[in-house]
Design a protein around this ligand. Structure first.
Ligand SMILES: NC(=O)c1ccc[n+]([C@@H]2O[C@H](COP(=O)([O-])OP(=O)(O)OC[C@H]3O[C@@H](n4cnc5c(N)ncnc54)[C@H](OP(=O)(O)O)[C@@H]3O)[C@@H](O)[C@H]2O)c1
Length: 324
């Protein structure tokens, strides 16, 4: 089969669509002909040698895909060749075929493209578990969502609002801020305004209940200040570095919780449980149009290199898709 191989060096990885050994599938897995996958920040890091796949996972890039089931393992029930599906993967999405545990599959709505299906698993599961499991966001509360126009951010804004919470989104341009506002968030262009001052302003000086933060170090002290009493800071990324200054006086006085969370390293059983809960609680809202995956651009897989450069340059609103 063909897949993206990583060549070049750490600073300048070169992504090449090339022949690789065919993927094998197990008795509790299906084989999927991949039609679309999506670019994630983790892929950019992995291509630079900074984010190795977990043990046992494919070393091919790609954390999600949508496609058509072609073969079904002997212990698999409920799936047949021809079924249109999407799934979260620990790796291996940038390829013609992927082996997927049956418990990880979601059935694509009939009217959905493969690009829409590939835009869901990684960022929507991330937004879902981190807002509601780690962040314990409830109706009536306020969530501050950094990188609000990102893949995760556009999902998180929709999920927070759908749960009856208020959403504040930060973004680095007026266009991105306008998109956050279009989704229903209070939008802050953090390059024009100090997000902490704006958060205080829109919350009558109180601050927010939950922060979904992919930035880390450079936002740490302002995030802690932006939280109200009993607030929860959920860190999911280090776009602004790993180190910052933490005022433990605020953590103690406001009785804050600080949580770090990753999706990829969770055991398969936990990912299957997340998939099934997501299917029950969120998936029907895509079918009836209450929620929608946001697709920015679709590149052919042969242009994966250009797609990575586009994401690296922070140009996307929502997801960047690779079509096979
Ligand atoms: N922990 C997990 O399980 C998990 C899972 C999925 C994703 N993530 C992480 O979540 C983050 C978002 O992922 P994504 O796929 O949604 O990303 P994305 O669509 O590529 O968007 C990331 C956005 O972050 C903003 N950004 C970049 N550098 C920044 C900085 N130094 N300070 C502030 N903002 C910055 C940029 O938007 P602006 O132009 O608005 O600045 C950029 O477009 C990534 O860090 C990713 O690694 C974590």
């Amino acid at each position: 089969m063909k897949a993206i191989g990583v060549h070049g060096d750490k600073e300048n990885p070169l992504l090449v669509w090339e022949s690789v050994p065919d993927v094998e599938y197990g008795s509790d897995e299906v084989l999927v002909e991949v039609r679309a996958t999506a670019v994630n920040r983790a892929d950019l890091s992995q291509a630079r040698g900074n984010y190795p796949p977990p043990p046992g996972a494919s070393d091919i890039l790609g954390l999600e895909m949508a496609g058509v089931v072609s073969e079904v393992g002997q212990w698999v029930d409920g799936w047949r060749p021809g079924d249109r599906v999407c799934a979260l993967l620990p790796g291996g999405g940038y390829a013609e075929r992927a082996a997927v545990p049956a418990g990880m599959l979601l059935r694509l709505p009939d009217h959905w493209s493969f690009a829409q299906g590939a835009a869901v698993p990684e960022v929507w599961y991330t937004a879902y578990i981190n807002l509601f499991d780690e962040g314990r966001l409830r109706a009536g509360e306020t969530a501050l969502i950094h990188a609000g126009a990102s893949g995760v951010g556009t999902a998180a804004i929709q999920l927070a609002l759908d749960a009856g919470a208020r959403a504040i989104g930060t973004a680095g341009s007026d266009e991105k801020a306008a998109f956050c506002a279009e989704l229903g968030a209070i939008a802050i262009n953090y390059k024009e305004q100090d997000f902490l001052a704006e958060v205080k302003k829109v919350s009558d000086g109180q601050g927010v209940d939950v922060i979904l933060d992919p930035v880390g170090g450079s936002y740490l002290s302002r995030n802690i200040e932006a939280l109200r009493r009993f607030g929860r800071l959920v860190n999911i990324g280090l776009l602004g570095g790993a180190k910052g200054e933490l005022n433990m006086g605020h953590v103690l006085g406001k009785r804050l919780h600080i949580v770090g969370s990753t999706l990829r390293t969770r055991p398969l059983a936990e990912k299957i449980a997340i998939t099934r809960r997501f299917e029950a609680e969120v998936w029907p809202k895509f079918t009836d149009g209450r929620l929608r995956p946001i697709v920015d651009t679709v590149f052919p897989i042969t242009e994966a290199q250009a797609a990575h450069e586009y994401v690296q340059a922070n140009r996307n609103i929502g997801k960047v898709i690779l079509e096979i």
